[in-house]
Design a binder for this molecule. Structure first.
Ligand SMILES: [Zn+2]
Length: 115
């Protein structure tokens, strides 16, 4: 867990804005609790370590475009794992007909995990 944080913060360590670094650090901390949930969903998928290596190699080559694209894909894979864990297939249902909203019902939201 901490290694992931250190890796991602190291990628942006040269950012001259302390405020931006603080903001990103805060966002990371907030997203981490959801990312931790996804660790119970250990399906086959993109390997986080391999993704980190590819991002690191692109950063060392100073290939900004490749690094950003790899990082974007890495974050998307993490997001997908979180969504698949929090909302497993088949748990999303619609409100009963005639309800005031036509929005899907997410069981975990109703349990107070939406904050
Ligand atoms: Zn990572």
């Amino acid at each position: 867990m901490r290694e992931n944080r250190r890796f991602h913060m190291a990628l942006i360590a040269q950012c001259p804005s302390r405020w931006q670094l603080h903001f990103i650090s805060t966002l990371y901390d907030q997203s981490e609790r959801f990312r931790r949930l996804s660790l119970i969903n250990l399906r086959e998928g993109p390997n986080e370590v391999v993704e980190h290596e590819l991002i690191m190699e692109a950063a060392f080559r100073r290939d900004e475009e490749a690094a950003c694209e790899l990082l974007r894909a890495h974050i998307e894979h993490s997001n997908s794992r979180v969504i698949e864990t929090v909302f497993p297939q088949g748990t999303v249902a619609k409100e009963p007909t005639g309800s005031s909203t036509d929005q899907p019902v997410y069981p975990l939201y109703k349990k107070g995990l939406s904050t």
